[in-house]
Design a protein around this ligand. Structure first.
Ligand SMILES: [Ca+2]
Ligand SMILES: [Ca+2]
Ligand SMILES: [Ca+2]
Length: 349
């Protein structure tokens, strides 16, 4: 414990402190390091988290017992937060466990349930029936505490038999979407009873819906990468492991500019960017004609481009370009600028 402001050992410091001058220190929020340390407000490793909160959890897995034929294995064990080491007293932690997660064969992390229904103390048992079909699996588990620190990972192998083969489930989403309302393709065998779709691997609040090859789902409205989870109940009502599907929501079109190369007026120089899915295509438009769409590139030779119709010969001022991203968002037209008031020598077929 640091010693400052001591009246007995002549340490020589005179830090503003609540221990010396009460009223002004209250007003100015001044507490010297020694006074803070006496109350436990010390950050030994200087990471911004005070010692009593700077703890890590540990996790122990119960042995994964051989499963009776036709049964599904139970993943269970204990998660516990380890208190900051106390020099004189018993180590205690004031942090709680916030979750225990598991994954199967390197798949998505999934929540395991607390035995008493809630992760709200520093010592929590967990137990979850693994929704597995026949096969050998690697199970990995980790715990996380309320300050976000994760335990070392624990793992084990489990063999399941006589439950039956995993049904052929093939859920999918397009990788990019420009709308938060998406159709989830669920491709599952005939007889599949029901399906759940959720933005969370715990499926909290998600209803079981009757199986249909395709079902609508509304993504979070924030642009960016998102993950949604799908799980099924087979013809016998047995649930599957959740599947994680990635999708990028991109609602904003690219922006950019286009100019005519001053040295070669048949060349267009393009400069476009897109925050979400990237610039995929460029449309070249002359006058009121439909744009001719090409794969986006930073320069385009207009000579010999089939499909552009222009009469009379277009000037730079009558040509516009549009940019489209991979999700299908199209920008407003940009005028092609030119340093010269020259006519573009377009070859039109
Ligand atoms: Ca710390
Ligand atoms: Ca609890
Ligand atoms: Ca975009």
């Amino acid at each position: 414990m640091p010693t400052t402001n001591s009246q007995y050992n002549g340490c020589g410091t005179g830090l503003p402190s609540i221990m010396i001058e009460v009223l002004g220190s209250f007003r100015d929020g001044q507490i010297d390091p020694s006074a803070l340390a006496q109350l436990g407000y010390r950050d030994s490793d200087g990471d911004g988290l005070i010692d009593p909160l700077d703890t890590a959890p540990e996790l122990t897995l119960d042995p994964m017992l051989p499963v009776a034929p036709g049964g599904r294995p139970l993943l269970s064990g204990q998660s516990r937060d380890i208190g900051f080491p106390s020099p004189t007293q018993r180590d205690v932690s004031i942090n709680a466990m916030s979750t225990v997660e598991y994954r199967v064969d390197g798949g998505p992390w999934l929540p395991a349930e607390a035995v008493d229904g809630a992760y709200d103390s520093g010592d929590e048992g967990f137990g979850t029936v693994l929704p597995l079909y026949d096969g050998d699996y690697l199970i990995e588990a980790r715990a996380r505490n309320s300050v976000g620190v994760t335990s070392p990972m624990m793992s084990g192998h489990v063999t399941v038999s006589q439950v039956g083969p995993q049904p052929d489930y093939n859920p999918s989403l397009p990788p990019f979407t420009q709308s938060a309302d998406v159709q989830v393709r669920l491709d599952a065998p005939q007889g599949t009873q029901s399906v759940q779709i959720s933005a969370e691997p715990a499926f909290s609040g998600a209803a079981w819906q009757s199986y249909s090859p395709e079902l609508p789902f509304r993504l979070d409205h924030q642009d960016g990468a998102q993950v949604i989870y799908v799980r099924y109940r087979d013809a016998a009502g047995l649930p599957s492991l959740p599947f994680a599907l990635s999708v990028m929501l991109d609602t904003l079109p690219p922006s950019g500019s286009a100019s005519q190369d001053p040295n070669d007026p048949s060349r267009l120089i393009l400069n476009a960017s897109d925050d979400g899915t990237g610039v995929a295509d460029v449309g070249i438009q002359i006058g009121a004609n439909e744009p001719l769409w090409l794969a986006y590139q930073s320069d385009i030779s207009l000579s010999g481009l089939a499909g552009l119709t222009a009469a009379p010969a277009p000037s730079a001022g009558s040509m516009q370009v549009l940019f489209r991203d991979a999700a299908g968002n199209t920008s407003a037209p940009y005028n092609v600028t030119s340093t010269y008031r020259a006519y573009l020598p377009l070859v039109v077929r």
